[in-house]
Design a protein around this ligand. Sequence first.
Ligand code: PHE
Ligand code: FE
Length: 290
Amino acid sequence: MPTLDELRIKHPEIRADFTIDQNWDRYSAAEHGIWRTLYRRQADVLRGRACDEFLDGVKKCGLVADRIPDFERLSEDLRKATGWVVVAVPSLVPDDIFFDHLANRRFPAGQFIRRADQLDYIEEPDVFHDVFGHVPMLAHPVFADYMEAYGKGGQRAVAEFGMLKNLARLYWYTVEFGLIAKPEGMRIYGSGIVSSRAESIYAVESKSPNRVHFDLERVMRTDYRIDDFQESYFVISSFDELFEQTYKDFAPLYARLKSGPTYRPGDVLASDRVHMLGNRSYIGGSHAVG
Ligand code: PHE
Ligand code: FE
């Protein structure tokens, strides 16, 4: 990850909290066009796949296909909904900076937009992933509280426990790749899924991945893949459930996590509450390592 000094070459105005000016006026017509293409594809694919909370958030935040959102205007809508704001950053920021933003209800969003030849995949989070993917859920009151609590929990995990790796798995399997079971079927809320056309279809319809009911300790013991679609998704039945499972002191949990197994991304355990077993998996736990 580049240092502040390195980033200052391209962004002379960068501040100590890694925020920069969005400079909305400087996006080109071609850049707004990339947003439009991505937005339209996702609006289409997410009907009947994303949860209503996400789709409502898109509306509440005033996200439209026409243009990359202006963070100032976006923040006004979001502040009214839940008190969150969006600030611009060059891209990924150091963990402590990231947690400080979340703990104070500021969502750091990448300022740049991917190139036309990167519509399906980029390594670094851009404005489409960060804003279209993450911001709609921040308009949901319970999810908004969860994200602030995560920021505070991140600070604690680093400073007091040295358990960031375990906590990062929680972020991965909820904020980025979470599914929610609704009466009408399996729905997406994770930003890594909603900002990807192919994974939006895969996460809901493919017979390949496991869909296992969310359990905090199970998730914190499970490695994840960053280079491919997920082999397992963890499913909540409501955002209240997610909040209730996580709104407690993690100290005893961190103590337990110091020993015991780590699971591989595709493992299914006898103790799992399985919504759908992937067709590449078998129940066991014999895969467990560590
Ligand atoms: N309850 C956690 C702790 O005690 C903090 C947290 C809340 C983390 C919600 C993630 C999500 O550290
Ligand atoms: Fe993300």
